[in-house]
Design a protein around this ligand. Structure first.
Ligand code: SF4
Ligand code: SF4
Length: 299
């Protein structure tokens, strides 16, 4: 199958960008990860230390794997929450992206099988398995990894979800990687980080507001509390500061339409909410990950 055909199929499935690269062993990325873990920057995310060999070598994750198909789904919106609403990261405005992106990847996977006329063996991943998504996306020509440690697509910016298919699919040709890094001398994201969690190309999760508000199970440390301001779920500061997001285009995903409750509810509304109302308003959204109790703790 020609690369262009794959890209068109991805476009038909609703993806904003797509590339494909041959499976390789990512030794340099494994070493970087081990240094990061060694410094304890993963905080309570112990799962980051699991399955490092599979993360390094996708052929251990999917037997017979030949290629890594990478897709981007833009979720940028220019809508803003009401000034009295506690601040959530943009990715939480709509439905949970895992299911949305997975559904699209399944569609792409099936259409490749139909087009190729043979069974493809593989697996689909959306932020849920040991995969170096950012590095695969970079290799697939979808952008570069910025000082904020996120993938930056030259046209879409960084407000994108990365979806991956690792399989025995083999196109006629592969994408060429984007080796240039267009951060230049810019350091805005590092300066914009409210807690000092970000050093160039590396996040210390212990200090990161996203980690503390979404993943952290115990009390948020006083230093973070002082600096998180009105944020109660995630943090977009290192993306908002990035000049490559100034031209970000608006998403076109129905499921990511902004939930009116997130956009308008005040601090008191959140604190007064009971579990039934929470389920009614936020089932199938990223807020179910920490759950209502932890959300109240954050607020
Ligand atoms: S998400 Fe927020 S706290 Fe975390 S590194 Fe980015 S700016 Fe810093
Ligand atoms: S803010 Fe500047 S340094 Fe940070 S990711 Fe964007 S371009 Fe790179």
């Amino acid at each position: 199958m020609k690369l262009e055909v794959l890209k068109n199929k991805a476009w038909e499935c609703g993806f904003d960008a797509c590339g494909v690269v041959p499976v390789e062993i990512l030794t340099r990325e494994r070493e970087r990860l081990e240094r990061w873990l060694g410094r304890g920057f993963h905080a309570g995310m112990n799962y980051m230390a699991n399955n490092i060999e599979k993360r390094e070598n996708p052929a251990l994750l999917v037997e017979g794997a030949r290629s890594v198909i990478v897709t981007l789904t833009n979720y940028y919106t220019s809508e803003r929450q009401h000034p009295d609403a506690p601040i959530a990261a943009r990715y939480a405005y709509g439905k949970d992206y895992h299911r949305v992106v997975k559904d699209r990847l399944f569609k792409l996977y099936s259409s490749l099988q139909e087009k190729d006329g043979r069974k493809i063996t593989g697996r689909i991943f959306v932020d849920s398995a040991p995969v170096f998504e950012h590095e695969w996306a970079r290799r697939a020509g979808l952008g570069w990894i910025g000082r904020n440690s996120l993938l930056i697509h030259p046209k879409l910016g960084s407000f994108c979800f990365i979806g991956v298919i690792i399989s025995d699919f083999e196109p006629d040709s592969y994408s060429s990687s984007e080796s240039r890094n267009f951060c230049g001398t810019c350091n805005r994201c590092v300066k914009a980080c409210p807690t000092g969690a970000l050093s160039p190309y590396e996040v210390n999760a212990n200090l990161c507001i996203s980690y503390n508000t979404i993943e952290r199970k115990d009390e948020i440390p006083p230093l973070i509390k002082e600096k998180m301001g009105n944020r109660f779920f995630g943090c977009d500061a290192c993306q908002d500061a990035c000049p490559w997001n100034r031209g970000a285009v608006l998403h076109h995903v129905e499921e990511f339409a902004s939930n009116p409750w997130v956009m308008t509810m005040s601090r008191e509304d959140w604190l007064d909410m009971d579990e039934d109302t929470f389920k009614e308003r936020f089932a199938d959204t990223p807020f179910t990950r920490p759950g209502l109790e932890r959300i109240k703790r954050n607020i």
